[in-house]
Design a protein around this ligand. Structure first.
Ligand SMILES: Cc1cc2nc3c(=O)[nH]c(=O)nc-3n(C[C@H](O)[C@H](O)[C@H](O)COP(=O)(O)OP(=O)(O)OC[C@H]3O[C@@H](n4cnc5c(N)ncnc54)[C@H](O)[C@@H]3O)c2cc1C
Ligand SMILES: *[C@@H]1O[C@H](CO)[C@@H](O)[C@H](O)[C@H]1NC(C)=O
Ligand SMILES: *[C@@H]1O[C@H](CO)[C@@H](O)[C@H](O)[C@H]1NC(C)=O
Ligand SMILES: *[C@@H]1O[C@H](CO)[C@@H](O)[C@H](O)[C@H]1NC(C)=O
Ligand SMILES: *[C@@H]1O[C@H](CO)[C@@H](O)[C@H](O)[C@H]1NC(C)=O
Ligand SMILES: *[C@@H]1O[C@H](CO)[C@@H](O)[C@H](O)[C@H]1NC(C)=O
Ligand SMILES: *[C@@H]1O[C@H](CO)[C@@H](O)[C@H](O)[C@H]1NC(C)=O
Ligand SMILES: *[C@@H]1O[C@H](CO)[C@@H](O)[C@H](O)[C@H]1NC(C)=O
Length: 582
C-alpha cells in the first residue's frame, strides 16, 4: 500500500473526526457543543490539566440534594450508589426555599424548573439523582486568570460555558447541562475611590469598585462604612455586578438615581477571545454600553464593576395591608385603583413602592423613600386610606423614619423565599393610570390574575437618570415605566407535569392579560417568562439590533450563550441538554 494512499486515508479519517463535531452523529448538519460520552469531550487528563492551571479550583458537580436519593450522578464520574443521608436530607428540606441554601452551592439554581426534576428533597429517594440541567464541572474562580483559563478551555474543547454568580436568575441563565460553569461568587473585593475621574465621563464624585461576586448587602455595608449609598436591589444576596446590573437593575434608589445600569462608570471584562479588558466611555465603549442593561452572560464575563456612590441620607418607610375575607373583594380592587393612581406622585417624590396581591388580599411591603419624613410619606397614602375608609375596609397602615439607608433597609422584610414560584412579568407604563378608564382596565387585569396567582409590582421613576433612553442598553421602555409587574404560580416538587402547566399558565393565560392592555409594551428581562416567544422585542426593544452587532463583534463564536440572551435564538437546547445551532 502506498504511503500516499495511507496519508490520504488518514487525512480523510481526520476530516471525519473533525466533521464529527460539526455534523453530529444524529445525522443532521447542525453544529453542536460536545457532551460527556462524545469522543470530543475532554479527557480526564484534559480536566486535570485545567485543574492544575487554576490551582486546584475545579469542582466536579455533586447535586445538593444527593443526600435525599439512594443513588446519584456526579460530574465527570460514574454514579454513586450510597448518597442517601436522612438527617442531611431533612435539614435540606427545612431550608430548601431560602436563597442561602443555593447561594453557597456551585451548581444549584434557585429556579428549580431548570434542574429537569431529577434531584430534590421532596422526590422519592428511590428515584436516581441526576445532573441533568446542572453544569458538569465548576471553576471556583478567584482571579481574572481563572476566568481566562475557563474561557480558553471551553473554546479549545467546544463545550458549553455558563457563568454563575449567586444563582438567582429566574430564567435559568446561570445553569446549563453538560457545561463548565464559571463561578464568580468568591470575587469579593471592594474598593472606595473617593474622587472618581474619567475624561469620558461627566461624573465626578465618590465611586466604589466591586468584584464580580459582591452581593447587595455586602456593598450596602461597605458603602455605609464610608457614609455612602449605592444603587442595588432589595434582596440582600442578589449579586450586583452580574445579572442584576447587566440586566438593568431595579433599585430601592431608582426613583432618585435611576437603574443600576445607569450607575456604571467602568467594567473589567474577560472577553470571548480570552483578553482581559476595560470597558468604559473611552475604552471599548460599545461593550461598555451593551453591559449596561443588555443582559447578563452574553457579551463577556465581568471581573469587576465601578459604580457611582452617593452621600447617605435619611429614609422613611410605609407598610399597608388588607386581607380578603371573602366579602370585600370588590372593595379591595376598587381601593387598588386609587392606590395605582397615587403611584406617579409617590415615585416622583423619590419613592420605591412594592405591592403584592393574591387571593389572600393586598399589601404594600413597603414603600421606601429618601429625604422625606414619615408624615410626608403618609400624605401620599392619604387618598388610598380615605378610599379604604369609604369602602369600609379593615386595613393596617404604618410608617417609620430611619436615619440612614442601612437601618431603613434592615427594617424591611429580608428573608425572601426562592425556588417556590414560576415567574413572568410585564412593565406597566405610566400612561395606564392617566385616567379612570385605563386604570379600570389595569385593575381588571390585576384582579383576573390575582384571583388565580400571585402578582407583585415594583413602582419607580427611572426617567430622570439619563439624558436619553439610548444612553445605556437597558430597554428604553424603562423610562416610561411606572412599575414592573411580576406574576408567580407555584412549583409542585412532586408533580412535574403540574409544574410545567403552571409555567404555561403564565405564558398562555396570565401574561396575555397584561399584554392586551400594554400593546407595544416591554418586559424586564430579569423578571420575565423564559418561554416568551417574543423575547427579542419584549426584553430588548429597538436596542436588539445594536446589541446583536456588539455581541457578534466580541463573541463571534457564541461562547457566551444564555437562554433568551441576545443572539440566543441561533441555538437550541435539545431534550438531552445538548446545545446546537439551528
Ligand atoms: C429573591 C429575588 C429578588 C430579586 N430582587 C430584584 C430587585 O430588587 N431588582 C432587580 O432588578 N432584580 C431583582 N431580582 C432579579 C435579579 O436581578 C436576577 O435574578 C439577576 O439575574 C441576578 O443576578 P446574579 O448575578 O445575582 O445571578 P445569577 O443567576 O448568578 O446570574 C444571572 C445572569 O447573569 C450572568 N452573570 C452573572 N455574573 C456574571 C458576570 N460576572 N459576567 C457576566 N455575566 C454574569 C449569568 O450568566 C446569568 O445569565 C431578584 C431575584 C430574586 C430571586
Ligand atoms: C482539582 O484539584 C484539587 C487539588 O488538587 C482536588 O482536590 C480536586 O478534587 C480536583 N478537582 C477535580 C474535579 O478533579
Ligand atoms: C420559606 O421557606 C422555609 C424554608 O424552606 C419554609 O420553612 C417556609 O414555610 C417558607 N415560607 C413560605 C411563606 O413559603
Ligand atoms: C430530562 O429528563 C428527561 C426524562 O427523564 C430525559 O429524557 C432528558 O434527557 C433529561 N434532560 C436532560 C438535559 O438531562
Ligand atoms: C471556593 O473557593 C473559596 C475561596 O478560595 C473557598 O473558600 C471555598 O471553600 C471554595 N468552594 C468550594 C465548594 O470548593
Ligand atoms: C360575609 O358576609 C356574610 C353575609 O353577609 C356574613 O354572614 C359573613 O359573616 C361575612 N363574613 C365576614 C368574614 O365578614
Ligand atoms: C419622572 O419624574 C420626572 C420629574 O419629576 C417627570 O418629569 C417625569 O415625567 C416622570 N416620568 C415618569 C415616566 O415617571
Ligand atoms: C402536587 O401535586 C400532587 C400530585 O398531583 C398533589 O397531590 C399535591 O397536592 C400538589 N401539591 C401542591 C402543593 O399543590
Amino acid at each position: 500500500m502506498s504511503t500516499r494512499w495511507l496519508v490520504g486515508i488518514t487525512s480523510l479519517f481526520a476530516l471525519f473526526v473533525a466533521l464529527g463535531v460539526r455534523y453530529s452523529k444524529y445525522g443532521n448538519t447542525d453544529y453542536c457543543r460536545s457532551i460527556p460520552g462524545d469522543p470530543t469531550w475532554p479527557t480526564e487528563t484534559d480536566w486535570n490539566h485545567l485543574n492544575a492551571t487554576i490551582g486546584g479550583k475545579l469542582i466536579a458537580t455533586s447535586p445538593i440534594a444527593a443526600a435525599c436519593h439512594h443513588s446519584s450522578s456526579l460530574g465527570g464520574s460514574a454514579t454513586s450508589s450510597s448518597t442517601f443521608d436522612q438527617e442531611a436530607c431533612d435539614a435540606l428540606r427545612d431550608t430548601w426555599f431560602f436563597p442561602g441554601t443555593h447561594l453557597v452551592s456551585p451548581s444549584s439554581p434557585m429556579a428549580y424548573q431548570f434542574t429537569n426534576n431529577s434531584c430534590n428533597p421532596f422526590l422519592d429517594p428511590d428515584t436516581p439523582c441526576r445532573l441533568d440541567g446542572l453544569a458538569t464541572f465548576t471553576v471556583n474562580a478567584t482571579t481574572a486568570a481563572d476566568f481566562q483559563a475557563a474561557v480558553r478551555f471551553v473554546k479549545r474543547h467546544n463545550i458549553r460555558l455558563v457563568i454563575r454568580n449567586t444563582g438567582h436568575d429566574y430564567l435559568g441563565k446561570s445553569t446549563g447541562a453538560h457545561a463548565l460553569s464559571l463561578w464568580t461568587h468568591h470575587l469579593k473585593a471592594m474598593e472606595l475611590i473617593p474622587e472618581y475621574r474619567d475624561s469620558g465621563s461627566a461624573y465626578q464624585g465618590p465611586a466604589i469598585k466591586l468584584g464580580a461576586g459582591v452581593e447587595a448587602l455586602e456593598a450596602y455595608e461597605f458603602a455605609h462604612s464610608h457614609g455612602l449609598i449605592v444603587v442595588g436591589g432589595n434582596c440582600p444576596n442578589v449579586g450586583l455586578a452580574g445579572g442584576y446590573t447587566q440586566g438593568g437593575g431595579i433599585s430601592i434608589l431608582s426613583s432618585k438615581y435611576g437603574l443600576a445600569a445607569d450607575q456604571v462608570l467602568a467594567w473589567e471584562v474577560v472577553t470571548a477571545a480570552g483578553d482581559y479588558v476595560t470597558a468604559s466611555p473611552t475604552e471599548n465603549p460599545d461593550l461598555f454600553w451593551a453591559l449596561r442593561g443588555g443582559g447578563g452572560g452574553t457579551y463577556g464575563v465581568v471581573v469587576s464593576m465601578t459604580v457611582k456612590a452617593f452621600p447617605d441620607t435619611h429614609f422613611s418607610t410605609a407598610f399597608l395591608n388588607v386581607l380578603n375575607d371573602g366579602n370585600n373583594t370588590d372593595a379591595i380592587y376598587t381601593a387598588m385603583g386609587t392606590f395605582f393612581q397615587s403611584l406617579p406622585a409617590l415615585v416622583d417624590a423619590g419613592a420605591w413602592v412594592v405591592w403584592v396581591a393574591a387571593p389572600f388580599g393586598f399589601m404594600v411591603i413597603p414603600a421606601m423613600v429618601a429625604d422625606l419624613h414619615a408624615a410626608e410619606l403618609d400624605a401620599h397614602f392619604q387618598a388610598t386610606k380615605n378610599e379604604m375608609d369609604r369602602l369600609g375596609l379593615q386595613y393596617q397602615y404604618s410608617s417609620a423614619e430611619h436615619s440612614d439607608f442601612i437601618s431603613s433597609y434592615n427594617s424591611i422584610p429580608a428573608i425572601w423565599n426562592v425556588s417556590n414560584h414560576h415567574l413572568g412579568g410585564r412593565l406597566i407604563p405610566r400612561e395606564l393610570v392617566r385616567d379612570q378608564e385605563s386604570t379600570d382596565s389595569l385593575v381588571k387585569a390585576v384582579r383576573s390574575i390575582t384571583s388565580q396567582a400571585l402578582m407583585s409590582g415594583v413602582a419607580f421613576n427611572a426617567s430622570r437618570a439619563v439624558s436619553s433612553p439610548d444612553d445605556v442598553a437597558a430597554h428604553p421602555y424603562f423610562r416610561k415605566t411606572l412599575m414592573s409587574g411580576v406574576v408567580g404560580t407555584p412549583i409542585n416538587y412532586t408533580d412535574w407535569e403540574a409544574t410545567k402547566a403552571a409555567q404555561n399558565l403564565i405564558t398562555d393565560k396570565l401574561l396575555p392579560e397584561l399584554q392586551s392592555i400594554t400593546p407595544d409594551g416591554a418586559v424586564y428581562l430579569n423578571e420575565a417568562d423564559f418561554q416568551d416567544p417574543n423575547f427579542k422585542v419584549n426584553f430588548y426593544g429597538n436596542h436588539y439590533k445594536r446589541l446583536l452587532a456588539i455581541k457578534k463583534k466580541y463573541d463571534p463564536e457564541d461562547i457566551f450563550y444564555v437562554k433568551t440572551g441576545v443572539g440566543s435564538d441561533s441555538w437550541v437546547e435539545r431534550s438531552d441538554g445538548r446545545l446546537c445551532t439551528i
